[in-house]
Design a protein around this ligand. Sequence first.
Ligand code: HEM
Length: 460
Amino acid sequence: MIQIVLITVVLLCLVHLVLNYSRTARMLAKIPGPPGLAVIGNSWEVILPPVELFKYGRRMAKEYHGIWRLWCSPISIVNIFSPEDIEIILSNSTFNNKGVIYNFLKPWLGDGLLISGGPKWLQRRKILTPAFHFNILRHFSEVLEENSLRLADKLDAAGDVTGAGDVTADVVPLLSEYTLHSICETAMGTKLDDEQKDEGRVYKEAIHKVGKFMVERFSKVYLFSDNIFNLTSTGKQFHQSVNTVHRFTKRVIKERKDFVKKNGIVMNEKVDQDKNDEEIYMYNRKNKVAMLDLLINAQTDGSIDDKGIQEEVDTFMFEGHDTTATGLVYLLMSLACDKIIQDKVVEELKEIFGDSTRPATMQDLGKMKYIDCCIKESLRLYPPVPFIARILNEEVVLSGYSVPAGTQCNIHIYDLHRRADLFENPSKFDPDRFLPKNNAGRHPYAYIPFSAGPRNCIGN
Ligand code: HEM
């Protein structure tokens, strides 16, 4: 017994020495941050319910200026929110590899574009980039218009429930249904029929649960280990929900593959003669080419297999519907809270459409300058992706501190966007700050709702 106690004490002393006196530890200790306990560092203080953990991060951002470190033994984390530091990380492909928390997404998204690194990421990004060419997106305006009209009807109906006067309606399910249907029809080329709509609902619920379990895992350091997490009831429920999600996306893939087999898709055919030569056309005369078709086409030359297609479809279905739904929810909330700004939006629409109920064209979108500012301002205050993370493959200097290789780097978009030195009166919803005259001189990495650099959002 005494032997076991002695060995434990010696081991703890060794761990303590490594954690506190190694070169890495000494470098980290110079970076400002909350003091930690011996051996476990700050682990104990970040085991918090998700909302409290969010508030903890905001408190730290107020206390420390642009950089603070955490030591969640054995993981060291540097948190940054100054544009200069963020530029150093995001503009350099040396720091392209995602942080350890993205591994939690692996059972669901595999090696999809969001998570993968190195040559696999580069190859997939090359395959998929043409799907987001402006000229391709143009062709989906009809689909988006149709879905938007359906959403407007549903919002109207939700507003009528209680008769006259003020009404309260939960717009979240309506908006996420809208974005899910839109991504299915545009990127996946699959229109959800009634039966699939029900499956779509189950899919969304499963995604919601996956998100909840992920946040729980993230807020409890002891769940970082796969072996421990998989043994817990949260881990088991997480895997069940992931299976539900995969069932739905498998069906979406099968449907499109059947369609392509039956109808064929002509890639790289130039049919839009009026556009300049550099633009890419992936159209045949009858069928729009969806992002999924690029993957199905890439499978014919062996650049991707079934597993790879599944990973990308899961990635795009999630990234494409959840972020946009969250963005729209906060935009509506911001507009609902400010009658003056709301009236300006209506005025702009009246100027463009008058009393007509005609569909909006791409030219109309270009005229919606004030609405564009409202969207940007909403993404500033409520970025749907509030932080992103990288693993630092090399030692790097941030805010004058040397940060050792192997450190996790959390980039807090939320705190960056709320810096008073970058955005005057930062908590105020003020779309005018994005008018061209007010934009001038802003640091290029001061506003990054879609991240920035070579690993920015492909869907921005
Ligand atoms: C308001 C809407 C959106 C926001 C705010 C947003 C934000 C972001 C951010 C911040 C990242 C960087 C993630 C990281 O570095 O870890 C990202 C990456 C990504 N986004 Fe989006 N996104 C949006 C819409 C979309 C849409 C519509 C799609 C697809 C249809 C999409 C697909 C992706 C993909 C695939 C990546 C990974 C890119 C890579 O690593 O190469 N996103 N997004």
